[in-house]
Every structure is written in structure tokens, then in C-alpha cells.
Design a protein around this ligand. Structure first.
Ligand SMILES: [Zn+2]
Length: 220
């Protein structure tokens, strides 16, 4: 799976970058949206759709470790800590809701237990758990870990998300084809300049290539 096009590696910024109150990191949806969206590269951490692919709509900030589960634990710090906020599209956020199958004994314990729970995009390499087929569908890679659970619970293969991924795959293929056409055009010109091809031969090749390019441009 292409790690730039699908589920890129995410990294948090240092805590001073986020909104704070009384010199303590403090999260609320309004003041932290931009920083959290930046951390998540403006993608839903679950289905990988970007805000732009969803018509530019604002996503939600999901408490990865849910508020209801952790409200009385660790002095409630997970309720207000910006690093517990993950960018999520509206539907994934609603489907995940307060579900938590991971550890509740430690503030940063595992986010899944056996085959249930969620892959933490800031800690786990999702590519070790999930593959993507050539139709844009997510496929669990292993018989361990929470991939299958996540895909089912959050409906990660809902038609619109599969369509979005398929479109990215097609764009990748289109770019590769375009590069190949450009390569051949450069080669024809080089052969012409070096005298390897006669002017007539070169013109013939250019005509054929241009007709290919026009057909290609009409498709994409
Ligand atoms: Zn989503």
C-alpha cells in the first residue's frame, strides 16, 4: 500500500503548540481544531478520507480514549489533553462513539485488547494491520490485532470511502501513465536531435504519441 497516498504516518506537535489555559494544556473543540487537524494531516484517522474529499466540511475532534470511560481516571486529564483529540469524519466519530476495548489502567495503555479495539494512528503503524486492494477496499492483514473489528464497527468499507480510495488509486495510475508519455516524447526528440531518427520518422512517432495523449486527456 502506498504510504503517502493512504494512511500516512502521523506525528504530534510539542504540547506548547496547542491552546492552553493557566499554563496547562487545555483542549476544546474550537481552539484546538486547527492544530489537531494539522497533526492528522486533515484526514480522518479512521477511514483516511480528507476534509477536501468530503467537500471541505469540518470534521470532528474525537476523544480517542473516550470521555465517558476516562472521566474519573487520571484526574480527568484525558478529557482536556489535546493529544487525546483525533481528527475524525462525522460518521466515524458517531460510529465509534464511546466504544473502548483497550486498557483503562494506564493513561497510555494499549488501545486494543486481542482482536478488539482501535489502532492508534500516533503509535501504531496501521500498514502492519491493514492492506488495501485494487478496488479501494480495506482488508485486514492479520489474524491478530483490531483491524477486522475497526473495519466492521466503523464501516470503513462504506461505498463512499471505497470510492474515494479507488479514485486515489486511479490518480496514481494516471500520473504514472502521464510520466511514461512524457518519457517517450523526450526520447523521440533526443533521437531526432542525435540523428538516430529521420525527421519523417520522428514526426510519425510524435503524431502517434500525441493521439495517445489526446485520448488519455479525454479520459482523465
Ligand atoms: Zn472517517
Amino acid at each position: 500500500m502506498n504510504k503517502i497516498v493512504f494512511f500516512p504516518t502521523l506525528q504530534r506537535q510539542s504540547i506548547e503548540k496547542y491552546y492552553n489555559r493557566n499554563n496547562k494544556p487545555y483542549s476544546n473543540y474550537r481552539d484546538n481544531y486547527n492544530q489537531v487537524a494539522k497533526d492528522c494531516l486533515h484526514r480522518c484517522v479512521y477511514c483516511d478520507a480528507t476534509e477536501a474529499e468530503c467537500g471541505g466540511e469540518k470534521f470532528s475532534l474525537d476523544h480517542f480514549r473516550p470521555k465517558d470511560v476516562f472521566v474519573d481516571k487520571f484526574n480527568g486529564v484525558l478529557i482536556t489533553h489535546p493529544h487525546n483529540l483525533y481528527l475524525s469524519c462525522q460518521k466515524c466519530n458517531v460510529l465509534k462513539s464511546n466504544d473502548w476495548k483497550g486498557c483503562t489502567d494506564y493513561i497510555d495503555g494499549p488501545s486494543y485488547s486481542g482482536r478488539q479495539g482501535y489502532i492508534d494512528r500516533f503509535n501504531d503503524d496501521i500498514h502492519a494491520f491493514i492492506a488495501i486492494d485494487d478496488k479501494g477496499k480495506l482488508i485486514p492483514k492479520n489474524t491478530f490485532g483490531p483491524a477486522e473489528y475497526m473495519i466492521k464497527r466503523l464501516l470503513l468499507n462504506r461505498p463512499n470511502r471505497v470510492y474515494i480510495r479507488k479514485r486515489r488509486l486511479l490518480n496514481l495510475q494516471a500520473t504514472a501513465l502521464k510520466n511514461e508519455l512524457n518519457y517517450h516524447m523526450d526520447k523521440i526528440m533526443a533521437d531526432y536531435r542525435s540523428g538516430k531518427s529521420t525527421p519523417l520518422e520522428s514526426l510519425d512517432k510524435i503524431d502517434k504519441l500525441q493521439s495517445l495523449r489526446q485520448r488519455f486527456d479525454a479520459i482523465v
